[in-house]
Design a protein around this ligand. Structure first.
Ligand code: BGC
Length: 757
């Protein structure tokens, strides 16, 4: 349809819908989606049913015309969905064949990884989480859906809601961080942004809650690695975001690549049936990950494709992505009684339900084929705001903000790297549409005041030939801004790193620049927390951005020049080194918790010391026990004081609640935002509870001197956990509570939960 006018396109859409009507006259007369699905299911042959379970891949870079055999297989009703068909004419042709030429005319789903933007790229999900503002994530998803629907995508494989406690894991970039409550809230926001309240709306796109489940717990932070997750941990930590997404009406879920305690997620009946269907009554569709059905052979869970298909189908996996075990073996498995016909019907029901919810039967070409919103000024402004709200100020010794009269030496491999600033999982965004820090800073300060020399042309570069030019540029300026970090390809799927340090010769160049004794500001763009310890004492300020997207340059320039104060906070605990991982604030205390008083560092131990019990507590001799920065941490250009914590009552009854409140005051000289966080600790329980758990937060903006009383309501339901009998309980007893600026500090109080109602 490329090149065709909107009018011709709409005629085509009309034809699709008109042609589809006679076939579905009966279904359309039915009032509920359930009725429509049952009527259609009753007409389907075994082969057509199996066809619906096939999700076929097509490389977005595929060359040449659509192969005839692919068209024939759609015509025969052997495909239910495609992913990565991005040429409009191919997509329209496939949909036309499905609707007009297949026996039942069932429309196709078109899936795509639209993760944090389509053409207008927003910060990576970890960055969106750093805003602590789920509305930013909702906007990012809405903009993504509007732009992607214009390209005919009706199904996105997002949001990813895996809990990520290990920054070595490359996919931490796609996560909302380590906290379950944050993942729940951001996941729901994105589902609503993608789907709206009405999945049949023209720019609504079906979302996918992924990856079910535990993928982020990969041992050693190595992607695809095995996971060992006790059931109560699974239920308390890893599953709640999926439950929240299910309750929010997410159209589909995707199983993960990993095994959980030895059972691959894709063939995991306990997860896919017992929990998802029987406990949660989820009615959406469950798709495998890429080849994850046949990968059960490599796992050692299936001897061959046939057994893989049997295991997956009996576990309740509805649709198979890219591999063809269902296509090849489901019919035979059903004939042999190894998979129940009823099971297949249920799988097809879930798939058809999603297609009816999307209104594809009436509008198979519901996409507009109009490129009106792509990279619009409004979308770019929204992406800029999200990037501003996602940046985290980690250090500032009066180096920031600087005024626009300042002359700047702009150095570093990411200062002018439009592609790299977009981050991982960008298929459709283009680097040339990004505005880099160099471009934005030149526009704001004037080209004559920005002395640019990258020093290193890419983040992994090890040679130092560009250092001299960078140092010369630095000598000409009042201040030095070094923009470094990781190229986008260094995080994301399969891109785990054992070291969290800045790659290449970046530390070396920063060290050389520090010798000039000028204010040195480090701006980092990366897909994970970076170990800054080797250089943090050499720089005066650190502004950290999880890859900020298309509008990263203007957002960072706004922050550096003080148009706005940074307001992001860490959605993850920041380790001192990769060796500290996994690391997360909501850990258990252990029987020997370390403290400043009792911990022994490697240099404190006398030479030839007798086998001593000094420092017998949970720490590293060479890294201690604290992270570099706690979860929730982030500075602003102002300061806030916390005072006067109060509880509405010292006791909470079983059906009651208590209010916890405190005064927060801006005691600095600039307007800024504070993320006020509520934490709780259950002091004694049947299963040991974390030392702190985030229960709520509020992001407030205060003018200089302004004070606000911030109040939270706590209920017994927020204190629930799974006990040794795997029952969700709330136990009476003593609780600590904090209103805090991060997971390490804050005002403390305590209350008790009584058995009384
Ligand atoms: C990833 C999924 C993604 C799928 C389709 C897989 O490799 O794990 O997250 O949605 O590919 O591209």
């Amino acid at each position: 349809m490329k090149g065709l006018s909107p009018v011709v396109c709409s005629v085509f859409m009309l034809l699709l819908s008109v042609n589809s009507q006679p076939i579905f006259a009966q279904e359309q007369a039915a009032t509920t989606i359930e009725q429509k699905v049952e009527l259609l299911l009753a007409k389907m042959t075994l082969q057509e049913k199996i066809g619906q379970t096939n999700l076929r891949g097509r490389s977005s870079r595929a060359k040449g015309p659509l192969p005839d055999n692919l068209k024939a297989t759609v015509r025969d009703g052997n495909v239910g969905a495609f992913l990565n068909v991005m040429k409009p004419e191919e997509r329209d042709e496939l949909q036309r064949i499905a609707v007009e030429e297949s026996r039942l005319g069932i429309p196709l789903l078109f899936g795509r990884d639209v993760i944090h933007g389509f053409k207008t790229i927003f910060p990576i999900p970890l960055g969106l989480a750093a805003s602590w503002d789920p509305e930013q994530a909702k906007t990012a998803a809405r903009v993504s859906a509007v732009e992607a629907s214009e390209y005919g995508v009706n199904w996105t494989f997002a949001p990813m809601m895996d809990i990520a406690r290990d920054p070595r894991w490359g996919r931490i970039a796609e996560s909302f961080g380590e906290d379950t409550l944050m993942a729940e809230r951001f996941a729901v926001a994105m589902v609503k942004g993608f789907q709206t309240d009405d999945l049949s709306a023209p720019t609504a796109m079906a979302a996918t809650a992924k990856h079910l489940v535990g993928y982020g717990a990969a041992e050693g932070g190595r992607d695809y690695n095995t996971t060992l997750i006790p059931q109560n941990e699974l239920r308390d930590v890893y599953l709640p975001p999926f439950k929240a997404a299910a309750d929010a009406g997410v159209a589909s879920m995707m199983t993960s690549f990993n095994d959980i305690n030895g059972v691959p997620a894709t063939g995991n009946r306990f997860i896919l049936k017992d929990i998802l269907r029987d406990e949660w009554h989820y009615t959406g569709m469950v798709v495998s990950d890429w080849n994850s059905v046949t990968e059960m052979i490599a796992h050692g869970y299936a001897a061959d494709k046939k057994q893989a298909a049997q295991r997956a189908a009996n576990a309740g996996l509805d649709m198979e992505m890219t591999s063809d075990a269902y296509e090849q073996h489901l019919a035979e498995l059903i004939e042999q009684g190894q998979v129940d016909q009823q099971q297949l019907d249920d799988m097809v029901r879930h798939i058809l339900t999603m297609k009816f919810r999307l209104n594809l039967f009436e509008h198979p070409g519901r996409y507009q084929n109009i490129r009106s919103s792509i990279l619009s000024a409004e979308h770019k402004q929204q992406a800029r705001q999200a990037a501003i709200d996602s940046a985290i100020l980690l250090k500032n010794q009066q180096a920031l903000p600087f005024d626009t009269n300042t002359s700047i030496a702009l150095i570093g491999p990411l200062a002018d790297a439009g592609h790299e600033q977009m981050g991982t999982w960008v298929f459709d965004g283009r680097g040339e549409n990004s505005i880099t820090v160099k471009q934005a800073m030149q526009a704001t300060l004037g080209a004559d005041k920005v002395h640019f020399a990258s020093g290193l042309t890419y983040s992994r570069m090890k040679t130092t030939e560009g250092f001299t030019a960078a140092i010369n540029a630095a000598k000409q300026a009042d201040k030095i801004v070094f923009v470094g970090g990781e190229e986008s390809i260094l995080s994301g799927e399969a891109h785990s790193r054992a070291s969290l340090r800045l790659p290449g010769a970046q530390e070396q160049l920063i060290t050389e620049l520090a010798k000039l004794d000028k204010p040195l500001i480090l701006v980092v763009m990366a897909g994970r927390p970076i170990n800054l310890l080797p250089i943090i004492d050499k720089v005066d300020a650190v502004l950290f951005n999880f890859h900020p997207g298309t509008m990263g340059g203007p957002a960072i320039t706004d922050l550096l020049t003080g148009v706005v104060s940074p307001s992001g906070r860490l959605p993850v605990t920041w380790p001192k080194a990769g060796a500290q991982a996994p690391i997360y604030y909501n850990h258990r205390n252990t029987g020997r918790p370390a403290s400043d008083e009792n911990f022994v560092a490697i240099d404190d131990i006398p030479v030839q010391a007798w086998q001593s019990s000094l420092g017998n507590n949970s720490h590293y001799l060479d890294l201690g026990f604290r992270p570099a920065f706690p979860f929730g941490y982030g500075l602003t250009y102002s300061r806030f004081s916390y005072s006067n914590i109060q509880l509405s009552s010292p006791t909470m009854t079983r059906d009651g609640s208590i209010a916890v409140s405190a005064d927060i005051q801006n005691i600095g000289s600039r307007q800024a935002a504070e993320v006020v966080q509520l934490y709780v600790r259950d002091k004694v329980a049947d299963v040991v509870r974390p030392i702190r758990e985030l229960k709520d937060w509020q992001k407030i903006t205060l003018k200089p001197g302004e004070s606000q009383r911030v109040s939270f309501t706590l209920t017994p339901a927020q204190l629930a956990f799974y006990n040794q009998q795997m029952q969700q309980v709330t136990e009476a007893g003593e609780f600590d509570v904090w209103i805090a600026p991060d997971a390490a500090g804050g005002l403390h109080a305590s209350f008790s939960l009584t058995e009384q109602h």
